[in-house]
Design a protein around this ligand. Structure first.
Ligand code: PMP
Length: 418
Protein backbone atom coordinates (compact mmCIF):
# COMPACT_ATOMS: atom_id res chain seq x y z
CA UNK A 1 0.00 0.00 0.00
CA UNK A 2 1.14 3.47 -0.75
CA UNK A 3 0.41 6.69 1.03
CA UNK A 4 -0.64 7.83 -2.49
CA UNK A 5 -3.28 5.16 -3.05
CA UNK A 6 -5.76 7.89 -3.88
CA UNK A 7 -3.49 9.66 -6.33
CA UNK A 8 -4.66 9.71 -9.92
CA UNK A 9 -2.79 10.07 -13.17
CA UNK A 10 -2.78 13.50 -14.77
CA UNK A 11 -2.09 13.54 -18.53
CA UNK A 12 1.04 15.47 -19.54
CA UNK A 13 0.71 19.11 -20.57
CA UNK A 14 -0.40 18.96 -24.21
CA UNK A 15 1.94 21.56 -25.63
CA UNK A 16 5.07 20.32 -23.85
CA UNK A 17 4.16 16.76 -24.93
CA UNK A 18 3.80 17.97 -28.51
CA UNK A 19 7.28 19.49 -28.40
CA UNK A 20 8.70 16.17 -27.20
CA UNK A 21 6.93 14.39 -30.06
CA UNK A 22 8.37 16.89 -32.54
CA UNK A 23 11.88 16.45 -31.17
CA UNK A 24 11.59 12.67 -31.54
CA UNK A 25 10.37 12.93 -35.16
CA UNK A 26 13.18 12.06 -37.62
CA UNK A 27 11.46 13.43 -40.77
CA UNK A 28 13.73 16.07 -42.32
CA UNK A 29 11.02 18.51 -43.35
CA UNK A 30 9.26 18.44 -39.97
CA UNK A 31 7.88 21.79 -38.80
CA UNK A 32 7.23 22.84 -35.21
CA UNK A 33 4.38 25.32 -34.88
CA UNK A 34 3.49 24.20 -31.37
CA UNK A 35 5.13 25.97 -28.45
CA UNK A 36 5.19 29.77 -28.60
CA UNK A 37 8.89 30.42 -28.68
CA UNK A 38 10.50 32.82 -31.13
CA UNK A 39 12.64 31.36 -33.91
CA UNK A 40 14.83 33.28 -36.34
CA UNK A 41 14.62 33.05 -40.15
CA UNK A 42 16.51 29.75 -40.05
CA UNK A 43 14.29 28.19 -37.42
CA UNK A 44 16.80 28.62 -34.61
CA UNK A 45 16.30 30.06 -31.12
CA UNK A 46 17.39 33.69 -31.04
CA UNK A 47 19.36 35.40 -28.32
CA UNK A 48 18.42 39.06 -28.64
CA UNK A 49 21.46 41.27 -29.37
CA UNK A 50 20.35 43.60 -26.55
CA UNK A 51 20.32 40.62 -24.18
CA UNK A 52 23.74 39.51 -25.37
CA UNK A 53 25.11 42.98 -24.67
CA UNK A 54 23.46 43.08 -21.27
CA UNK A 55 25.03 39.73 -20.41
CA UNK A 56 28.48 41.01 -21.37
CA UNK A 57 28.08 43.99 -19.07
CA UNK A 58 26.82 41.77 -16.25
CA UNK A 59 29.52 39.15 -16.56
CA UNK A 60 32.04 41.65 -15.28
CA UNK A 61 30.21 42.18 -12.02
CA UNK A 62 28.14 39.11 -11.49
CA UNK A 63 27.76 37.77 -8.00
CA UNK A 64 25.39 35.16 -6.68
CA UNK A 65 23.84 36.53 -3.54
CA UNK A 66 20.17 36.28 -2.69
CA UNK A 67 17.89 38.98 -4.01
CA UNK A 68 15.50 40.67 -1.59
CA UNK A 69 12.24 38.74 -1.10
CA UNK A 70 10.25 40.94 -3.46
CA UNK A 71 13.07 40.93 -6.01
CA UNK A 72 15.58 43.30 -7.52
CA UNK A 73 14.48 46.87 -6.76
CA UNK A 74 15.78 48.35 -10.02
CA UNK A 75 14.03 45.63 -12.00
CA UNK A 76 10.69 46.15 -10.26
CA UNK A 77 10.91 49.86 -10.89
CA UNK A 78 11.87 49.51 -14.55
CA UNK A 79 9.21 46.86 -15.15
CA UNK A 80 6.52 49.13 -13.69
CA UNK A 81 7.78 52.08 -15.73
CA UNK A 82 7.68 49.97 -18.85
CA UNK A 83 4.12 48.78 -18.35
CA UNK A 84 2.69 52.11 -17.22
CA UNK A 85 4.87 54.46 -19.22
CA UNK A 86 6.96 57.12 -17.42
CA UNK A 87 4.14 59.64 -16.86
CA UNK A 88 1.58 57.30 -15.40
CA UNK A 89 4.33 55.60 -13.42
CA UNK A 90 5.28 58.93 -11.85
CA UNK A 91 1.65 59.58 -10.90
CA UNK A 92 0.93 56.09 -9.67
CA UNK A 93 4.25 55.27 -8.03
CA UNK A 94 3.10 55.66 -4.43
CA UNK A 95 -0.01 53.64 -5.02
CA UNK A 96 1.79 50.73 -6.55
CA UNK A 97 2.78 47.37 -5.07
CA UNK A 98 5.26 45.32 -7.10
CA UNK A 99 6.89 41.95 -6.72
CA UNK A 100 9.33 40.13 -8.98
CA UNK A 101 7.97 36.75 -10.03
CA UNK A 102 8.81 33.48 -11.72
CA UNK A 103 7.98 34.79 -15.18
CA UNK A 104 4.39 35.41 -16.24
CA UNK A 105 3.07 32.21 -14.72
CA UNK A 106 4.55 33.11 -11.35
CA UNK A 107 3.07 36.59 -11.59
CA UNK A 108 -0.39 35.12 -12.16
CA UNK A 109 0.10 32.78 -9.26
CA UNK A 110 1.22 35.59 -6.96
CA UNK A 111 -1.79 37.62 -8.08
CA UNK A 112 -4.00 34.69 -7.18
CA UNK A 113 -2.41 34.35 -3.76
CA UNK A 114 -2.90 38.03 -3.06
CA UNK A 115 -6.48 38.12 -4.36
CA UNK A 116 -7.25 35.14 -2.16
CA UNK A 117 -5.59 36.59 0.92
CA UNK A 118 -6.93 40.11 0.48
CA UNK A 119 -10.60 39.44 1.14
CA UNK A 120 -12.55 37.27 3.52
CA UNK A 121 -14.60 35.64 0.76
CA UNK A 122 -12.88 34.14 -2.24
CA UNK A 123 -13.76 35.99 -5.45
CA UNK A 124 -14.85 34.20 -8.61
CA UNK A 125 -12.44 34.32 -11.53
CA UNK A 126 -13.82 34.87 -15.02
CA UNK A 127 -11.63 33.49 -17.78
CA UNK A 128 -12.10 33.98 -21.53
CA UNK A 129 -12.79 30.92 -23.65
CA UNK A 130 -10.55 29.97 -25.32
CA UNK A 131 -7.50 31.07 -23.38
CA UNK A 132 -3.91 30.15 -22.58
CA UNK A 133 -4.06 26.58 -21.37
CA UNK A 134 -2.57 27.31 -17.96
CA UNK A 135 -5.02 29.94 -16.71
CA UNK A 136 -7.53 27.45 -15.35
CA UNK A 137 -4.85 25.36 -13.69
CA UNK A 138 -3.16 28.27 -11.97
CA UNK A 139 -6.37 29.58 -10.46
CA UNK A 140 -8.14 26.28 -9.86
CA UNK A 141 -5.07 25.01 -8.01
CA UNK A 142 -5.44 27.98 -5.67
CA UNK A 143 -9.01 26.98 -4.96
CA UNK A 144 -10.76 29.62 -7.04
CA UNK A 145 -14.02 28.93 -8.75
CA UNK A 146 -13.25 29.57 -12.41
CA UNK A 147 -16.03 30.71 -14.71
CA UNK A 148 -15.63 31.01 -18.46
CA UNK A 149 -17.18 33.36 -20.98
CA UNK A 150 -17.22 33.15 -24.75
CA UNK A 151 -14.50 35.38 -26.17
CA UNK A 152 -14.34 34.10 -29.69
CA UNK A 153 -16.92 33.25 -32.29
CA UNK A 154 -15.82 30.26 -34.38
CA UNK A 155 -18.40 31.15 -37.05
CA UNK A 156 -17.06 34.62 -37.74
CA UNK A 157 -13.56 33.58 -36.65
CA UNK A 158 -13.39 36.81 -34.70
CA UNK A 159 -13.67 38.31 -31.24
CA UNK A 160 -17.19 37.92 -29.85
CA UNK A 161 -17.41 41.34 -28.26
CA UNK A 162 -21.13 41.18 -27.53
CA UNK A 163 -20.72 38.01 -25.56
CA UNK A 164 -17.78 39.61 -23.71
CA UNK A 165 -19.87 42.66 -22.78
CA UNK A 166 -22.80 40.49 -21.75
CA UNK A 167 -20.61 38.24 -19.59
CA UNK A 168 -19.18 41.22 -17.73
CA UNK A 169 -22.60 42.71 -17.19
CA UNK A 170 -23.82 39.42 -15.76
CA UNK A 171 -20.72 38.77 -13.64
CA UNK A 172 -20.95 38.81 -9.89
CA UNK A 173 -19.64 42.15 -8.55
CA UNK A 174 -16.22 41.95 -6.89
CA UNK A 175 -15.12 39.16 -9.17
CA UNK A 176 -11.81 39.00 -10.98
CA UNK A 177 -11.61 38.92 -14.77
CA UNK A 178 -8.52 37.75 -16.62
CA UNK A 179 -7.67 40.03 -19.51
CA UNK A 180 -5.04 39.32 -22.15
CA UNK A 181 -3.41 42.76 -22.35
CA UNK A 182 -2.64 42.23 -26.04
CA UNK A 183 -2.07 39.40 -28.54
CA UNK A 184 -4.77 37.18 -27.09
CA UNK A 185 -3.52 33.60 -26.85
CA UNK A 186 -4.66 31.55 -28.77
CA UNK A 187 -6.99 33.60 -30.98
CA UNK A 188 -4.83 36.62 -31.87
CA UNK A 189 -7.99 38.75 -31.57
CA UNK A 190 -7.87 41.86 -29.39
CA UNK A 191 -10.54 44.49 -28.76
CA UNK A 192 -10.25 47.80 -30.66
CA UNK A 193 -9.48 50.98 -28.70
CA UNK A 194 -13.17 51.84 -28.68
CA UNK A 195 -14.07 48.38 -27.41
CA UNK A 196 -11.41 48.63 -24.69
CA UNK A 197 -13.04 51.89 -23.54
CA UNK A 198 -16.43 50.25 -23.43
CA UNK A 199 -15.00 47.28 -21.51
CA UNK A 200 -13.26 49.54 -18.99
CA UNK A 201 -16.57 51.31 -18.36
CA UNK A 202 -18.32 48.02 -17.67
CA UNK A 203 -15.55 46.90 -15.30
CA UNK A 204 -16.00 50.12 -13.38
CA UNK A 205 -19.77 49.93 -13.33
CA UNK A 206 -19.86 46.27 -12.30
CA UNK A 207 -17.03 46.57 -9.76
CA UNK A 208 -14.92 43.93 -11.41
CA UNK A 209 -11.21 43.56 -10.83
CA UNK A 210 -9.15 43.50 -14.04
CA UNK A 211 -6.20 41.16 -13.91
CA UNK A 212 -4.05 41.76 -16.97
CA UNK A 213 -1.98 38.92 -18.28
CA UNK A 214 0.73 40.80 -20.14
CA UNK A 215 3.03 38.19 -21.63
CA UNK A 216 3.56 39.97 -24.95
CA UNK A 217 4.23 43.66 -24.29
CA UNK A 218 6.22 45.02 -27.21
CA UNK A 219 6.33 41.64 -28.84
CA UNK A 220 2.89 42.02 -30.38
CA UNK A 221 3.15 45.24 -32.36
CA UNK A 222 6.85 45.93 -31.87
CA UNK A 223 5.88 48.90 -29.72
CA UNK A 224 5.41 48.64 -25.97
CA UNK A 225 3.21 51.75 -25.76
CA UNK A 226 0.73 50.33 -28.27
CA UNK A 227 0.66 46.99 -26.56
CA UNK A 228 0.15 48.53 -23.11
CA UNK A 229 -2.80 50.65 -24.28
CA UNK A 230 -5.47 48.75 -22.38
CA UNK A 231 -3.47 48.53 -19.13
CA UNK A 232 -2.88 52.28 -19.11
CA UNK A 233 -6.45 53.09 -20.10
CA UNK A 234 -7.91 51.08 -17.23
CA UNK A 235 -5.57 52.54 -14.63
CA UNK A 236 -5.25 56.13 -15.81
CA UNK A 237 -8.53 57.06 -17.44
CA UNK A 238 -10.96 54.72 -15.78
CA UNK A 239 -9.16 54.90 -12.42
CA UNK A 240 -9.61 51.22 -11.72
CA UNK A 241 -7.51 49.18 -9.38
CA UNK A 242 -5.80 46.57 -11.52
CA UNK A 243 -3.24 43.79 -11.42
CA UNK A 244 -0.68 43.34 -14.19
CA UNK A 245 1.26 40.11 -14.70
CA UNK A 246 4.38 40.81 -16.72
CA UNK A 247 6.55 38.26 -18.42
CA UNK A 248 9.91 38.85 -20.07
CA UNK A 249 9.96 35.38 -21.63
CA UNK A 250 8.83 36.42 -25.10
CA UNK A 251 9.73 40.07 -25.38
CA UNK A 252 13.31 39.51 -24.20
CA UNK A 253 13.60 35.88 -25.23
CA UNK A 254 14.33 35.00 -21.58
CA UNK A 255 12.16 31.88 -21.56
CA UNK A 256 14.28 29.84 -19.21
CA UNK A 257 15.36 32.62 -16.86
CA UNK A 258 11.84 32.93 -15.43
CA UNK A 259 11.76 36.67 -15.10
CA UNK A 260 8.48 38.44 -14.54
CA UNK A 261 6.79 40.91 -12.28
CA UNK A 262 3.43 41.36 -10.65
CA UNK A 263 2.22 44.95 -10.42
CA UNK A 264 -0.75 46.08 -8.45
CA UNK A 265 -2.12 49.55 -9.08
CA UNK A 266 -4.18 50.44 -6.02
CA UNK A 267 -6.24 53.48 -5.24
CA UNK A 268 -4.58 54.61 -2.00
CA UNK A 269 -1.06 54.77 -0.62
CA UNK A 270 -2.20 52.87 2.42
CA UNK A 271 -3.48 49.96 0.32
CA UNK A 272 -0.21 49.92 -1.60
CA UNK A 273 1.80 49.63 1.63
CA UNK A 274 -0.41 46.84 2.95
CA UNK A 275 -0.54 44.83 -0.27
CA UNK A 276 3.21 45.26 -0.74
CA UNK A 277 3.76 43.73 2.68
CA UNK A 278 1.39 40.88 1.85
CA UNK A 279 3.21 40.17 -1.40
CA UNK A 280 6.44 39.99 0.55
CA UNK A 281 4.99 37.44 2.97
CA UNK A 282 3.37 35.39 0.18
CA UNK A 283 6.57 35.32 -1.87
CA UNK A 284 8.63 34.36 1.20
CA UNK A 285 6.43 31.38 1.91
CA UNK A 286 6.42 30.23 -1.73
CA UNK A 287 9.94 30.70 -3.10
CA UNK A 288 11.70 32.73 -0.39
CA UNK A 289 13.20 35.02 -3.01
CA UNK A 290 13.21 35.04 -6.82
CA UNK A 291 16.04 34.10 -9.21
CA UNK A 292 18.48 36.90 -9.95
CA UNK A 293 20.04 36.47 -13.37
CA UNK A 294 17.09 37.25 -15.65
CA UNK A 295 16.06 40.23 -13.57
CA UNK A 296 19.58 41.61 -13.80
CA UNK A 297 19.61 41.15 -17.57
CA UNK A 298 16.24 42.86 -17.94
CA UNK A 299 16.94 45.76 -15.60
CA UNK A 300 20.31 46.42 -17.26
CA UNK A 301 18.51 46.74 -20.60
CA UNK A 302 15.61 48.81 -19.34
CA UNK A 303 17.76 51.12 -17.24
CA UNK A 304 20.13 52.16 -20.04
CA UNK A 305 18.98 54.40 -22.91
CA UNK A 306 21.22 52.82 -25.54
CA UNK A 307 20.41 49.26 -24.55
CA UNK A 308 16.71 50.01 -24.30
CA UNK A 309 16.80 51.38 -27.83
CA UNK A 310 18.64 48.24 -28.98
CA UNK A 311 15.90 46.17 -27.34
CA UNK A 312 13.22 48.17 -29.15
CA UNK A 313 15.03 47.33 -32.38
CA UNK A 314 14.99 43.66 -31.39
CA UNK A 315 11.25 43.86 -30.75
CA UNK A 316 10.82 45.29 -34.23
CA UNK A 317 12.92 42.50 -35.72
CA UNK A 318 10.82 39.81 -34.04
CA UNK A 319 7.40 41.31 -34.61
CA UNK A 320 8.18 42.25 -38.22
CA UNK A 321 9.35 38.75 -39.03
CA UNK A 322 6.25 37.24 -37.46
CA UNK A 323 4.02 39.63 -39.38
CA UNK A 324 5.70 38.88 -42.66
CA UNK A 325 5.39 35.12 -42.09
CA UNK A 326 1.72 35.52 -41.25
CA UNK A 327 1.31 37.28 -44.59
CA UNK A 328 3.40 34.67 -46.42
CA UNK A 329 1.28 31.82 -45.09
CA UNK A 330 -1.90 33.68 -45.96
CA UNK A 331 -0.63 34.34 -49.50
CA UNK A 332 0.26 30.70 -49.95
CA UNK A 333 -3.11 29.57 -48.68
CA UNK A 334 -5.20 31.86 -50.84
CA UNK A 335 -3.26 31.90 -54.08
CA UNK A 336 -2.04 29.25 -56.39
CA UNK A 337 1.54 28.18 -56.22
CA UNK A 338 3.83 26.07 -58.25
CA UNK A 339 4.62 22.91 -56.48
CA UNK A 340 6.95 20.15 -57.46
CA UNK A 341 5.42 16.73 -57.07
CA UNK A 342 6.94 14.21 -54.72
CA UNK A 343 6.38 11.55 -57.33
CA UNK A 344 9.35 11.55 -59.72
CA UNK A 345 8.47 11.24 -63.36
CA UNK A 346 5.25 13.14 -62.85
CA UNK A 347 5.38 16.82 -62.22
CA UNK A 348 2.40 18.81 -61.18
CA UNK A 349 3.09 22.38 -62.07
CA UNK A 350 0.01 24.18 -60.96
CA UNK A 351 -2.19 24.25 -58.00
CA UNK A 352 -5.07 26.44 -58.83
CA UNK A 353 -7.58 27.72 -56.36
CA UNK A 354 -5.66 27.65 -53.07
CA UNK A 355 -7.05 26.27 -49.84
CA UNK A 356 -10.85 26.12 -49.59
CA UNK A 357 -12.58 28.71 -47.48
CA UNK A 358 -11.67 32.20 -46.40
CA UNK A 359 -8.38 32.98 -44.66
CA UNK A 360 -8.97 36.64 -43.89
CA UNK A 361 -9.06 35.79 -40.19
CA UNK A 362 -5.38 34.86 -40.32
CA UNK A 363 -4.29 38.34 -41.32
CA UNK A 364 -6.81 40.04 -39.04
CA UNK A 365 -5.21 38.37 -36.05
CA UNK A 366 -2.04 39.67 -34.42
CA UNK A 367 0.72 38.45 -32.19
CA UNK A 368 2.69 35.29 -32.08
CA UNK A 369 -0.13 32.92 -32.94
CA UNK A 370 -2.34 32.13 -35.86
CA UNK A 371 -5.65 30.54 -34.99
CA UNK A 372 -6.41 28.61 -38.14
CA UNK A 373 -9.82 27.15 -37.42
CA UNK A 374 -8.97 23.61 -38.57
CA UNK A 375 -10.81 20.58 -37.24
CA UNK A 376 -9.00 18.20 -34.87
CA UNK A 377 -8.80 15.50 -37.55
CA UNK A 378 -7.02 17.86 -39.95
CA UNK A 379 -4.63 18.86 -37.16
CA UNK A 380 -3.91 15.18 -36.58
CA UNK A 381 -3.46 14.47 -40.27
CA UNK A 382 -1.00 17.35 -40.60
CA UNK A 383 0.98 15.93 -37.72
CA UNK A 384 0.93 12.29 -38.73
CA UNK A 385 1.23 12.57 -42.48
CA UNK A 386 3.03 15.87 -42.99
CA UNK A 387 5.05 16.13 -39.77
CA UNK A 388 3.63 19.59 -39.08
CA UNK A 389 3.03 20.07 -35.37
CA UNK A 390 0.46 22.49 -33.96
CA UNK A 391 -1.75 22.70 -30.88
CA UNK A 392 -4.91 20.57 -30.96
CA UNK A 393 -7.09 23.67 -31.38
CA UNK A 394 -5.16 24.52 -34.61
CA UNK A 395 -3.23 27.36 -33.05
CA UNK A 396 0.10 27.80 -34.80
CA UNK A 397 3.13 29.60 -33.49
CA UNK A 398 3.92 31.76 -36.50
CA UNK A 399 7.52 32.17 -35.37
CA UNK A 400 8.03 28.55 -36.40
CA UNK A 401 7.51 29.56 -40.04
CA UNK A 402 10.32 30.75 -42.30
CA UNK A 403 11.07 31.16 -46.02
CA UNK A 404 12.18 27.52 -46.23
CA UNK A 405 9.04 25.93 -44.80
CA UNK A 406 6.11 28.29 -45.30
CA UNK A 407 5.20 26.97 -48.76
CA UNK A 408 5.31 23.42 -47.48
CA UNK A 409 3.01 24.31 -44.60
CA UNK A 410 0.58 26.24 -46.80
CA UNK A 411 0.45 23.50 -49.43
CA UNK A 412 0.06 20.76 -46.85
CA UNK A 413 -2.90 22.53 -45.26
CA UNK A 414 -4.40 23.02 -48.72
CA UNK A 415 -3.95 19.34 -49.58
CA UNK A 416 -5.53 18.24 -46.32
CA UNK A 417 -8.56 20.43 -46.90
CA UNK A 418 -9.19 19.39 -50.49
N1 PMP B 1 0.14 34.14 -20.33
C1 PMP B 1 0.03 33.87 -21.63
C2 PMP B 1 -1.21 34.28 -22.34
C3 PMP B 1 1.05 33.21 -22.29
O1 PMP B 1 0.91 32.95 -23.59
C4 PMP B 1 2.21 32.87 -21.58
C5 PMP B 1 3.34 32.18 -22.27
N2 PMP B 1 3.02 31.08 -23.01
C6 PMP B 1 2.28 33.18 -20.22
C7 PMP B 1 1.23 33.82 -19.64
C8 PMP B 1 3.41 32.94 -19.30
O2 PMP B 1 4.55 32.39 -19.71
P1 PMP B 1 5.85 32.47 -18.81
O3 PMP B 1 5.51 31.92 -17.48
O4 PMP B 1 6.82 31.63 -19.57
O5 PMP B 1 6.24 33.90 -18.74
Amino acid sequence: PSWFDQAHFIPPDAIFALTAQYVADTFLQKVNLGQGTYRDENGNPWVLPSVRKSREILSQKLYHEYLPIVGLASFRQEAAKLALGPELFAKQQDKLATCQSLSGTGALHLAGLLLRAGRTSRPKIYIPEPTWSNHHQVFASLGFQCETFQYYNPETKDLDIDSYYAALKAAEPNSVVIIHACAHNPTGCDPSKEQWRELAGIFKERQLFPLFDAAYLGFNSGNVDNDAFAIRLFIEETKLEAGVCLSFAKNMGLYGERVGCFLLATSTEDTAVKTQSMLEMLQRSEVSNPPAYGAKIASTILGDDTLRQAWHDDLTTMSDRIRSMRRALYDRLVSSGKRSDNNPGRTTLTRSAGAPGSWEHLIRQSGMFGFLGLSPDIVLKLREQYHIYMAGNSRISIAGLNEQNVAYVGDSITECLK
